[in-house]
Ligand binder design. Sequence first.
Ligand code: DX5
Ligand code: ZN
Length: 233
Amino acid sequence: MTSDLLRNQPDRPLVAASVLGADFADLAADCAAALDAGCDLLHLDVMDGHFVPNLTMGPSLCRSLRRALPDTVLDVHLMVTDPVQFVEPFAKAGADHVTVHLEANGAPEDLAAAAHEAGMTAGLAISPPTPVERILPHLGSFDLILVMSVNPGFAGQAFIPEVLDKSRTIAPRLRDDQRLQIDGGVGARTVAACRDAGHDVLVAASAIFGTDDYSAAVANLRGMPSGVAEGAP
Ligand code: DX5
Ligand code: ZN
């Protein structure tokens, strides 16, 4: 699927609900509730037990979500050692976007080309220990750059504030049709600094699914007081 959501500069930060925090036994309903509460997209964390020490979801789960939520933008975050083998299966399963890691196997430009050929937008992620200089030569090939603010593997970890130095280096180098995403520990206490550093796509699992008021959670992430309607004077 192709979506322009990530190619157009948003007039307010986009909020991506990380499915990893949802109730897997009631997945479609929990994701629908997050979307109804104002989330712009769903973020699917794919882990292979090798690149990161956890196992999560594969293309069939993506296909089921696509079927249940036909109009939703599905953003797939591949935390796997060999991302190239999963690009096409996720495209066929209905993903709109795929992000691969700079630290994984494969040349970033080849992975971007594979994603584009499969009809998706492409993202490149950088993990906390990796120096920002390593991603700079690749920025131009991708539609989205993801700065990881936790070491990938699990939801519910503490935000690493030092990664925002990378964000501040990357943000001014991006074109209007490129997004800057942040993922990991994004919530009430950390989100303002993320927005100030130039992030316009905010991923959150715990800060949405770990609350009992998804609408208030999304409003807080966007920096809008909850209960105030959008466009209200
Ligand atoms: C971590 C994943 C994140 C994670 C975010 O490896 O990439 O998307 O689900 O979870 P929170 O928002 O709870 O830190
Ligand atoms: Zn993620």
